[in-house]
Design a binder for this molecule. Structure first.
Ligand code: BGC
Length: 465
């Protein structure tokens, strides 16, 4: 065999093993959904009952449209944070004005100290407020803010909660165990900003709230972006760990924190294990590391690195690039995956720009597309299984059940990665069955987390009492 053929055979062996290890037949996904539902129940039974924290959000009523007034929101959870000002005008007119400003967080602040991060956020918020000039609305009223903080927080009320741990690319030790609302409030005071945090929520809760504001059949909110998580409406009497009087509505929104789900039925490869071991949070967020946007490109990079260490299919590779963690991002693998050019020109460009791999054959580029496909399909199918787990837990999407259930999804992975989105949706139908899936719909809730925070802040305004 000539060298090139030999290299192709070796590369194919690596891809074949990946294909096999990432396989997610319906039978396995059913197990994942069942395990998810079991873990959910265990997490609701008692604090620490499961790796899935099943956090009580203290949101017992979702917005119903009657909310009125001018509210602010602060949305922190990824590499950018957003500040919003939203004018709500009741049932008929709804959101009459929405202004947003997005600020990127300097990377050093994601691993620095807490007061620096909150100081930076509060100063951007103060600037946003200052730029609106004098507002007669607030001459005798305090401004109110919904704070979307997209990390696991042990909530103690709708306006307080302590950070359990960081996820995604954040790691600021001195914030763990602290009340994030108190930290923000202190930082705002230092900026001379008179604003009250009237709700602390997770982005999934915001997505659920914003989704149900426009469609009352929305019962689950999911984030598929840098990180991943889901929230849903649970019956209060199905939450044994809920202390005190049950809410009048009989319901409670639960932030599952499903990113930390892990189970022996998950298809985990050597690449996932190595990624986890070398991550900021080893042993944590295993489900998230298989499905969310922060990691998909990184998994693909690890597979390409393995292939290049075993054979010369990529030619003379500059290993510095291929060895750099997170150099291949999910938008890159999405672009390669969707490449429709006959000679896979976009794949060639991405390989050259990101990894300095040039001069590949068309066959090799096809192989790269297949690797993106394997990794992304596994992710989308597992995410679908997670959603089915939640629907089963609340008795929705079952045969003969006609009540409509809508899942609101936000996040760049779902919004921008078409192959991912289509695969997730078709997998939902596959798992629920044609008949039951007619009662389930999935909707993009674009920018739901910020709007949801403003809506929940409105519902908890100090001026309503
Ligand atoms: C966090 C969740 C969040 C999700 C999506 C995860 O890493 O733990 O709280 O909802 O990312 O932003």
């Amino acid at each position: 065999m000539v060298a090139a053929e030999e290299a192709a055979v070796i590369a194919e062996q690596v891809v074949a093993a990946l294909r096999e290890e990432c396989a997610t037949p319906a039978s396995r996904l059913d197990e994942v959904a069942a395990a998810m539902a079991d873990e959910m129940a265990a997490g609701l039974a008692e604090e620490g009952g499961s790796k899935i924290k099943m956090i009580v959000s203290y949101v017992d009523n979702l917005p119903n449209g009657s909310e009125e007034g001018l509210f602010y929101a602060l949305d922190l959870g990824g590499t950018n944070f957003r500040v919003l000002r939203v004018q709500l005008a009741g049932k008929e007119r709804r959101v009459v004005k929405r202004e947003t400003r997005e600020v990127s967080i300097p990377p050093h602040l994601m691993s620095g100290n807490s007061s620096e991060l909150f100081g930076f956020i509060a100063s951007a918020l103060a600037k946003f407020v200052e730029d609106e000039g004098h507002s007669a609305v607030f001459s005798d009223k305090q401004r109110e803010l919904g704070f979307t903080f997209s990390f696991p927080v042990r909530q103690t009320s709708i306006t307080s909660g302590t950070l359990i741990k960081w996820t995604k690319a954040f790691s600021i030790d001195d914030a763990v165990g602290e009340d994030v609302v108190a930290e923000l409030q202190t930082a705002m005071e230092k900026q001379g900003l008179d604003m009250r945090v009237s709700a602390l929520i997770n982005d999934t809760v915001g997505t659920l709230a914003a989704g149900s504001y426009y469609d009352e059949d929305v019962v689950v909110g999911v984030i598929l972006g840098t990180g991943s998580n889901a929230a849903y409406v649970e019956k209060a009497n199905a939450i044994p760990k809920l202390e005190g009087e049950l809410p009048k509505s009989g319901n409670m929104v639960i932030n599952t924190e499903w990113g930390n789900f892990s189970s022996s039925c998950l298809p985990i490869t050597e690449y996932d294990q190595a990624l986890d071991k070398e991550s900021l949070n080893p042993g944590e967020q295993i489900f998230e590391k298989l499905i969310s946007g922060m990691y998909l490109g990184e998994i693909v990079r690890r597979v390409l690195l393995k292939i290049s260490s075993r054979c010369s299919i990529f030619g003379n590779v500059d290993l510095i690039k291929l060895n750099t963690h997170f150099i291949l991002r999910t938008p890159d693998i999405s672009a390669m995956h969707h490449d429709q050019t006959p000679d896979l020109r976009i794949v060639a460009e991405k390989l050259a720009d990101n990894l300095k791999i040039t001069g590949t054959s068309l066959e090799t580029r096809k192989m790269v597309v297949e690797i993106c496909d394997i990794v992304t399909r596994r992710s989308a199918r597992l995410a679908a299984a997670g959603i089915v787990g939640i629907l089963r837990k609340i008795g929705r999407g079952t045969p003969g059940h006609n009540r409509k259930s809508v899942v609101a999804i936000d996040g760049g992975l779902y919004e921008h990665y078409t192959e991912f989105r289509q695969c997730l949706e078709s997998t939902l139908t596959e798992l629920l069955g044609e008949d039951a899936s007619k009662s389930v719909a999935v909707r993009l809730a674009n920018d739901g987390s910020g709007l949801g925070a403003a809506l929940i802040a409105a519902a908890h305004s100090q001026y309503l009492r």
